[in-house]
Ligand binder design. Structure first.
Ligand SMILES: *Cc1c(COP(=O)(O)O)cnc(C)c1O
Length: 362
């Protein structure tokens, strides 16, 4: 019997895995990495290598520190706990940015929000940040709506409001584009999207300024959490360790994948992503049946396409599956009308060509 062709996962996350992941997992098993102690030198070395690779890949300066968490969600929650005494401001234009705001409410903070409709951008010119705002939370790429907020707008907001810490969720955009760390205090992401890894590891990059804020909250008697408070994590990070038994396998795999991406270069990754995005948006703009939910060209995400389907989402997803394409469903209220397709570094131009050919044929 001929072997069935492996399906391609275009889902937002988990998604298609990095093409070398199988070999890296084999290396990990051969080296007994899932069994080693997280208090030994071997683990400290894996931790240090992963940290070093991320620093090189993303250009992380000495003023910023890398900490390992469990997920992107955890990143948002820890930021609220560790940096807000009373008031944060959230830019909300979809389900993920709203979750950040909701978490602040659930911690009994007094968050405010600046909203835009799903699929639209923010009116940055109308945004006034009160002097008592301690943190501004932004979702770079809103995975529910397919809007990528321009980094230049986020930096301008940061520059005009030096009194507030800036947290950016880059879960579904990283490693696309380069970040200017001068304007960012927290960078939140997880690994099951653009890094093409199995889920179960989150990363947060924290500035010196943000660490000082957690310490001052702690000193004034505010609870900033327990084993995953940033001062606690930093104390162990100095020895390349974590408070809990971490996802050692994924930390190892992330180091290997980041190493591979360094060899390729973020410039080339960006160029390839843009080329695949141009192909898809050209298709969406030139047929009647599938259209981009986001109209503004400046705001359309290159890494995640949210597509209107005239209420045929379920049928299209089922048909695509038969052809070996696993597509994502619309988010929440858009489940029956939209599909979502990820465009991460591991997705190839050839895969996009066949996907578009398939969409044209049905
Ligand atoms: C997927 C996603 C998250 C959630 O990440 P988890 O690792 O599942 O917690 C948060 N924000 C955005 C923008 C996402 O796309």
């Amino acid at each position: 019997m001929p072997k069935a062709k492996a399906p391609v996962f275009f889902t937002p996350g988990p998604s298609k895995l990095h093409p070398k992941i199988g070999g890296y997992i084999k290396d990990a098993l051969r080296g007994h990495i899932p069994s080693i102690s997280h208090r030994g030198h071997e683990f400290e070395d894996i931790y240090a290598k992963c940290e070093e690779a991320l620093r090189t890949l993303l250009g992380i300066p000495k003023s910023h520190h890398i900490l390992f968490l469990a997920s992107g969600n955890e990143g948002m929650e820890r930021v609220i706990q560790n940096s807000v005494h009373k008031k944060s401001l959230h830019l909300v234009n979809g389900a993920f940015s709203k979750r950040f705001y909701d978490m602040a409410l659930q911690y009994n903070k007094k968050p405010v929000k600046h909203e835009a409709a799903w699929g639209e951008g923010f009116a940055f010119n109308d945004l006034k940040v009160a002097p008592d705002i301690e943190l501004i939370g932004v979702t770079h790429n809103e995975s529910a709506s397919g809007v990528m907020t321009p980094l230049s707008d986020i930096y301008k907001l940061a520059k005009a409001n030096r009194h507030a810490l800036i947290a950016i969720d880059v879960v579904s955009s990283i490693p696309y584009g380069s970040l200017d760390f001068r304007y960012l205090d927290y960078i939140i992401f997880s690994v099951q999207k653009g890094f093409g890894l199995p889920a179960g590891l989150g990363i947060i990059i924290v500035s010196d300024r943000a660490l000082a804020k957690s310490q001052s909250l702690k000193d004034s008697g505010v609870s900033i959490g327990s084993y995953h408070s940033f001062p606690k994590m930093m104390a162990l990070a100095a020895r390349h360790q974590t408070p809990e038994t971490p996802n050692v396998l994924n930390i190892y795999l992330l180091g290997r994948v980041a190493g591979d991406m360094i060899r390729k270069g973020t410039e080339r990754i960006k160029k390839e992503t843009d080329a695949k995005a141009a192909l898809m948006y050209d298709f969406l703009d030139s047929n009647e049946r599938f259209t981009s939910f986001v109209h503004s060209r400046e705001l359309r995400s290159p890494t995640l396409f949210v597509i209107e389907t005239n209420n045929e989402a379920a049928a299209i997803i089922a048909k695509a599956k038969k052809h070996g394409f696993i597509l994502g469903g619309g988010y929440g209220m858009n489940k029956s009308t939209q599909i979502r397709i990820a465009n991460y570094p591991q997705h190839t131009l050839a895969e996009f060509r066949s996907l578009i050919k398939f969409l044209k044929s049905i």
